[in-house]
Design a protein around this ligand. Structure first.
Ligand code: SF4
Ligand code: SF4
Length: 375
């Protein structure tokens, strides 16, 4: 089995992987919703952090707990918990994002059994004067709480080692992403997304070994498919199927800005004499999600334009979960910035279940527009 296939398999078997890890190591597993959770703290304590993701199946269990107009990602994740699919989790964590994610976490805490709950009150204005101090204090509190809960002490060398393991994993995935700049990228967007989701659910060292294997595979074989139209996908989707449908229409997704994609790993930890300050800075300085980009001069539109130019993108697909205000807030400015620079875009909304036929029709129409633009 190729490394790319192993990532796909790991994503499909994610619950089994975590349960086997637990049996094998005797360690604790902590699920998290938002990628602003400083996972390195859990890793340093010997825990396995796993991202909670939905199943895209119809659900009827969340309505007593969260309002029906909460985002489809949150409802889908909560449904997984209420249906017992994450009953192996010892702890659940999230970082401050939006009301939907807060209430999802709160409902999990009230209605789904787990031993530990960790809410990280990540600052919203990441460029404000107090942001670093606030993030640093959240990291220190998280560390103390994990130490108390598990009855252990997390040493600085353990934290440093965890940060190294995470940074190595980030750098390796970035090397894979850099190959997408090529005229004929050796890897598809769907394969990249499987790699990133696998990183969010596997032990990082094991995952890094597989990324090295993938890099060797990519160097040894030339691409077997036509690249077609070069697209960027930005926003929020946790569905590899969506990317596969888009790539089944004569395109390649050569760049993404997703928290199940590049936003998760793009930057490594900056140099700093203080370990925890370095960790705080890494989370504050990463490519921001819309909820963290609420400053007067917003960073995301320009950042996405630069990414599009760097990766030779010809068209963009801006995707968001149904009822997600933060990503809706982001759309007009991003769309305008891309279109003013000759990159046509469409916005797509994703519900829990994904009608792939409808999606295909909308993307096809957009591709006609892109073809006219680049003709
Ligand atoms: S969109 Fe960003 S801030 Fe919001 S839950 Fe996802 S990772 Fe966290
Ligand atoms: S930012 Fe959007 S997708 Fe993420 S949790 Fe909030 S509402 Fe859901």
């Amino acid at each position: 089995m190729s490394a790319a296939d192993k990532f796909q398999q790991a994503v499909a078997d994610r619950h089994q992987y975590a349960q086997e890890w637990k049996k094998r190591t005797g360690g604790k597993v902590v699920g998290y919703l938002c990628t602003y959770v400083p996972e390195e703290i859990f890793y340093a304590a010997g825990m396995l952090p796993v991202r909670i993701i939905g199943s895209h199946e119809p659900e009827s269990v969340t309505s007593p707990y969260v309002f029906g107009m909460f985002c489809s990602y949150c409802r889908d994740c909560l449904a997984q918990g209420l249906q017992g699919r994450y009953d192996y989790l010892d702890g659940v964590s999230t970082a401050h994002c939006c009301v939907h994610s807060y209430q999802t976490f709160d409902s999990w805490k009230r209605h789904i059994p787990a031993e530990y709950f960790y809410y990280v009150s990540m600052p919203q204005l990441i460029k404000s004067r107090g942001a670093q101090r606030s993030m640093l204090s959240e990291i220190e509190v998280l560390k103390e709480r994990v130490e108390t809960d598990l009855g252990l002490s997390i040493s600085s060398p353990q934290v440093e080692q965890a940060m190294k393991v995470y940074d190595r994993n980030r750098s390796l995935m970035r090397r894979v992403y850099e190959l997408r700049r090529l005229d004929n990228p050796p890897i598809t967007g769907a394969q990249c997304m499987n790699m990133v989701i696998a990183s969010q659910i596997m032990d990082k060292q094991e995952h890094s070994q597989l990324v090295e294997e993938l890099l060797k595979d990519l160097e040894a074989h030339s691409p077997k498919r036509e690249t077609g139209v070069r697209l960027m996908v930005a926003g929020h989707t946790d569905s590899v199927d969506v990317i596969s449908v888009i790539e089944g229409l004569g395109t390649t997704v050569v760049a993404d800005d997703l928290c199940f994609g590049s936003r998760y790993f793009w930057n490594t930890t900056p140099d700093d004499n203080d370990l925890f300050v370095a960790m705080a800075r890494r989370y504050l300085e990463r490519p921001p999600c819309p909820m963290k980009d609420l400053h007067g001069v917003r960073l995301r539109p320009r950042y996405l334009l630069e990414m599009a130019k760097d990766f030779g993108v010809q068209g963009a697909i801006l995707i968001r979960q149904q009822f997600c205000d933060p990503h809706e807030y982001d759309m007009p400015a991003v769309k305008r910035m891309l279109e003013e620079n000759g990159i046509p875009s469409i916005d797509l909304e994703q519900d829990i279940t994904i009608p792939l036929g409808q999606l295909r029709t909308r993307v096809e129409a957009h591709l006609e527009l892109v073809q006219q633009e680049i003709a």
